[in-house]
Ligand binder design. Structure first.
Ligand code: HGY
Ligand code: MN
Ligand code: MN
Ligand code: MN
Length: 416
């Protein structure tokens, strides 16, 4: 049985979670959500706040080419494979204060606790604040972990544009990143990756378990669907003479819900829609909407998407609509390391925390690491299962439990 490291400094962690949450764009006083999009000013302020927090914790701090921030606790053997923890600093729009942030600050807290209580590790320990994971600003996700694990390349985001028409390459450069002379993000020296995260679901709360040990992460497909009809006068155009892009989108979204409801454990969402000309007395000529489809089985996920696209083609043809479907994310379901999962279970038993293995319906940076090094993911409960919302909440004691598990696991991976 390994060492039990107990973290109890809920004040330290709580203060820094609040401090990081303050680094956010706000739409006026009533906006309670956290909005921190890649390469924006609030993103930069947040990364600098975290760099200071890492330095305070006694870590050596560095940036890589795409803006991942890394804090390092040097090992006795600096050449040994690195034990890495961390999560993403960006958020969805008007999201919560814990998604991503908790995994970074919990990682800093764990390294600080280990440094203070166990001294120098055998193998280097690092905590990373990934620059982007959500896909909230540009139509690409996992920009930070994807560049670190080689599934994305820093030159690959050039022509991707945000809603204002700014390209990812221009935003990266304006933030001081994306320069040839900066250290590559790609890592070849990783021995293990462990991500600490809120569950963002309601299972742990319902099952009254203190810790979730993730055994796998669902696969995802994200698309943008553009329908082209004919803008026309809402008053003078008879119903049988319309090519209404909004009505077409509505039929497609209802169809999505119907088909998804029939497939156990498949989830499908339209989260964003843009309408043109978006005027009450004009029949919409163009509608763009998004699809986010997830399942824990690759075969089912790809079958469902192929079938849905065929259905959409039939609907578009019947309605005389032009249609373009652009895929912009495709990840396969990813298992976590069984060995680390069992190790995490032993750690929970040692600390005396109830726990259960579970699948993650949310995507995470951990899914990018699982193919390149032994990877584990630790969840703490989310109150009411709420996340991607200002009402995201986990108690200080539950947050501290997660850090205790992380610190104990990192101890076994880096000290023993
Ligand atoms: O959307 C997700 O699955 C995660 O929050 N990026
Ligand atoms: Mn998220
Ligand atoms: Mn997240
Ligand atoms: Mn994540």
């Amino acid at each position: 049985m390994g060492e039990t490291i107990r973290f109890g400094d809920t004040a330290w962690l709580g203060e820094r979670i609040d401090g990081l949450a303050a680094r956010s764009d706000r739409d006026g006083e009533s906006d309670r959500g956290v909005t921190r999009l890649l390469y924006t000013d609030s993103w930069k302020e947040a990364q600098h706040y975290l760099a200071e927090t890492m330095k305070e914790a006694g870590l050596a701090v560095r940036w890589d080419k795409v803006g991942n921030l890394i804090g390092r606790l040097e090992g006795r053997d600096p050449q040994a494979p690195v034990v890495l923890t961390g999560s993403h600093v960006d958020t969805v729009r008007h999201g919560g204060h814990l998604d991503g942030a908790y995994g970074i600050l919990g990682g800093i807290a764990a390294l600080k606790k280990l440094k203070e209580s166990r001294g120098t590790p055998e193998r280097p320990l690092e905590v990373v604040s990934f620059c982007e994971e959500e896909g909230s600003r540009f139509p690409i996700a996992y920009w930070g972990s994807g560049n670190m694990t080689g599934s994305l390349d820093w030159r690959g985001g050039g022509d991707l544009k945000d809603e204002e028409g700014t390209s990812l390459a221009a935003a990266m450069e304006a933030s001081g990143f994306g320069r040839e002379d900066q250290p590559d993000s790609r890592r070849y020296d990783l021995g293990a990756f462990v991500e600490l995260h809120i569950e963002q679901g309601v299972l742990l709360e319902r099952m009254a378990k203190q810790i979730g040990i993730v055994e796998g992460i669902v696969g995802q497909r994200r698309y943008s669907v553009t329908l082209r009809g004919e803008a026309n006068h809402a008053g003078t155009t008879p119903m049988n003479m319309r090519t209404d892009a909004m009505a077409g989108a509505a039929e497609m979204i209802v169809r999505l819900e119907l088909l998804a409801a029939r497939k156990a454990s498949l989830v499908a969402t339209t989260g964003r829609m843009q309408v043109a000309p978006n005027i009450p007395n004009v029949i919409p000529g163009t509608v763009e909407f998004t699809l986010d489809i997830r399942h824990d089985n690759e075969g089912t996920l790809s079958w469902f998407c192929d079938y849905l696209i065929q259905e959409y083609e039939d609907i578009a043809n019947r309605r005389g609509l032009g249609m373009t479907i652009t895929p912009w994310l495709a990840t396969t379901p990813v298992p976590m390391s069984l060995e680390l999962t069992e190790q995490a279970e032993r750690v929970c038993a040692g600390i005396g925390l109830s726990n259960r293995r579970m699948f993650s319906g949310a995507g995470h940076d951990a899914q990018l690491f699982a193919p390149v090094c032994p990877t584990a993911m630790i969840f703490v409960p989310s109150r009411g299962g709420i996340s991607h919302s200002p009402d995201e909440y986990t108690s200080p004691e539950q947050l501290a439990d997660g850090v205790s598990v992380l610190a104990s696991l990192l101890y076994e991976l880096a000290y023993e």
